[in-house]
Design a protein around this ligand. Structure first.
Ligand code: PMP
Length: 426
């Protein structure tokens, strides 16, 4: 049996217990939160889908377009060198944010999905063959499932899955049998975007390394909300999306250990990813630019740099502690309504709560809440296989970020009670 490592337990419990956020001050940094929706103050609880943007990010993006709109890495003129400097500085900021060992280990992508596809094509198609295995889990977002299905079809490799237990944790007891010398890659989510489960990443990574497999961590739901240190985790590859941490859409990064990035082939081909080109062949640029073909998302990645600076200035430990407190409060309030069923009871859980209210379809509930200015998500949250395990087609999901308050949780709970009265299912 694989025991959960001390590092994973510490990561969940011990951060910043005493750190308190000045949430009202933080809220003032997010212009979108000032608005009313249908005449009611916006209560934004769809942060697992995307986060609101602080003023510093909006200014960084606008500033680029106002003064420095030029292509990067190509021209010698002033605007281009300013744009290049800002774009590459954003890489340094992301590098520090993840505690990556070198700036060259940070590849800019348009988000977690593109990062996973980059690995599936750039690494998978050149390193896997028939008989090899890829270990995933039942709780993956479609983005960390479908690229591996395509890769399996192309290479003859087999997909294997760690199952999810009733309480929303992964069944680690299966690791011993699922991990063999055939396993070449273990790709799994750090935090479930449905159940909120914080998976014991270091434990799974170490187990994968013991059989010689490499690991890819889908950190789309962890990097925005808790300190993530790629060196402490010893993870081989990690992806996240900028828009979920207050950055622009189409920003994000893939972290990779240098030797793994070096062993990969390009994903997209074109300008900037080459060192020299002849009519019939070409040689590649160095890592990470080898993976950044064409004009990149310049303003967006500069905005991502501003977002991680903003989060760092608030403090990731304090953000995590705030969300832990808010989640505990929300769980207690929701559990007090007998008709509410919550999916995911992992002891280590993040601020994502999926639930159903007996007698009310999740889409109807989301629509009624919207009329009160409360934004939640209803659906399968891009995790259909997990919803099959839960035996549900759809759930309602409330998800928190650094700017959410207990008063907003109260508004959600009051909204649910009103919906129960509306449908006569109290
Ligand atoms: N993985 C997880 C766990 C996610 O929650 C999401 C976004 N919902 C993704 C991957 C994909 O992120 P993106 O759409 O930004 O590429």
């Amino acid at each position: 049996m694989v025991a959960v490592e001390e590092r994973d337990m510490q990561a969940v419990g011990a951060w910043g217990h005493n750190a308190r956020l000045d949430v009202e001050r933080i809220r003032a940094d997010f212009p979108a939160l000032e608005q009313q929706v249908y005449g009611r103050p916006l209560v934004y609880l769809d942060n697992a889908a995307t986060a609101q943007k602080p003023r510093s990010v909006i200014e960084a993006v606008c500033g680029h377009y106002r003064r420095d709109a030029a292509n990067v890495h190509r021209a010698v003129h002033a605007l281009s060198s300013r744009a290049t400097l800002a774009y590459e500085e954003a890489r340094d900021r992301v590098c520090r944010f993840l505690n990556a060992p070198a700036r060259e280990t940070i590849v800019f992508t348009r988000g977690a999905t593109e990062g996973i596809n980059l690995v599936a094509y750039g690494w998978g198609r050149h390193h896997l063959r028939e008989g090899d295995e890829i270990l995933l889990t039942e709780m993956e977002h479609h983005s960390n499932l479908v690229p591996w299905q395509l890769l399996a079809q192309a290479t003859g490799a087999q997909l294997r899955f760690l199952r999810v237990r009733r309480d929303g944790t992964l069944n680690l007891d299966e690791l011993d049998t699922l991990l063999t010398e055939r396993t070449k890659l273990v790709a799994f989510t750090h935090v479930s975007n449905v159940l909120g489960t914080i998976n014991p990443a270091a434990t799974i990574i170490d187990a994968a390394h013991r059989v010689g497999a490499i690991t890819l961590l889908d950190a789309a739901q962890s990097v925005p909300h808790m300190p993530v240190d790629v060196q402490a985790l010893d993870v081989d590859l990690l992806v996240f999306s900028g828009h979920k941490l207050g950055g622009p859409t189409s920003s994000g990064a893939l972290y990779g250990k240098r030797e793994i990035l070096e062993s990969m082939e390009p994903f997209l081909a074109g300008g900037d990813m080459i060192s020299s080109v002849w009519l019939d062949h070409a040689a590649w640029n160095e890592v990470p630019w080898k993976f950044e073909a064409g004009t990149p998302a310049i303003a967006e990645q500069i905005g991502l740099g501003a977002a991680v600076e903003y989060l760092t200035s608030v403090g990731m430990e304090a953000i995590h502690a705030h969300e832990q407190r808010l989640t505990a409060y929300a769980l207690a309030q929701l559990q007090a309504i007998p008709a509410v069923e919550i999916y995911g009871e992992a002891p280590a859980r993040a601020g994502v709560i999926s639930f159903l209210v007996a007698g009310i379809h999740p889409h109807d509930l989301a629509q009624l809440l919207d009329q009160e200015g409360i934004a939640v998500r209803a659906g399968n949250h891009c995790a259909q296989p997990l919803h099959r395990v839960l035996d549900q087609v759809a759930t309602c999901r409330a998800s928190f970020y650094l700017y959410n308050t207990e008063a907003e949780v109260d508004a959600l709970v009051a909204g649910i009670r009103r919906a129960q009265r509306f449908f006569g299912v109290e």
